[in-house]
Design a protein around this ligand. Sequence first.
Ligand code: PEP
Ligand code: MN
Length: 289
Amino acid sequence: MQHDQRSIPARQNVRISPSLCFGPDHFVVAAGPCAVEGRDQLEDAARIAASAGAAMLRGGAFKPRTSPQSFQGLGTEGLLLLSEVSRATGLPVVTEVLDPRDVELVGQHAALLQIGSRNMQNFPLLREVGRLGAPVLLKRGAAATIDELLGAADYILEEGNTSIVLCERGIRSFDPGVRFTLDLTAVPRLQARSPLPVIVDPSHGTGVRSLVQPMARAALAAGADGLLIELHPHPEQALSDGPQALTPEDFRTLMAEIERWIPPTARKLARAPESQPYSGQERAEARAT
Ligand code: PEP
Ligand code: MN
């Protein structure tokens, strides 16, 4: 499958574990901190995410920061924490891989490997996650067109990996009142051109806490297949992206609202897998058998 085809096959499911998949029948909410900052912070965030009804845990171990002086993430230590907390809460992990040399390592801890917006056109990285064969979350570059996003997905597809979830996360515009401008037209435009699931990140897409809930609501109404949401047990203490992080209370309110809004959309809110989360190791074993 490549995206220059004229006729688009039926909407595709991307399976994360035996009982969790992205696709037309489910609305998957992945939530957690921008960055893994330590055990207590991650455990608290994961507990809040799980109890409010999120299906996946997000959290960056390798952080793409504008300045090299900013907190760069805990790296491998952060990945190990993600794995531990994932096992404890049952939430599969989505986390970013920045460097092609780390793809295999991140694949051992993540159920879904995130390619961040700054790397959307890092072609060696795209090929590497394509070769790994694990599910990939491909975020739109802040200045990327829809064609460019689909072209980036084609690099992963060309390596034989069709398990791709696309993500609209805001594009660069001129108004300093928001960090990025969330382009919700991307949802139906991508779905018209591609069978891949499309989710929305209203956290980076606005950069403003009070705008996250209204834009999450709008994403659901626009037909998105899920959400990627930043939350922090204490946003004022966050080492990155505190101003856009939902408080625990905000997140619970958001999930309660989604539960109310879901029925008219003919989808079900995805639940965390009943079995233990699908790790890279299990995925490798499943492939081998
Ligand atoms: C993230 O989701 O952690 C992130 C860094 O987002 P983006 O790549 O969209 O800026
Ligand atoms: Mn962030």
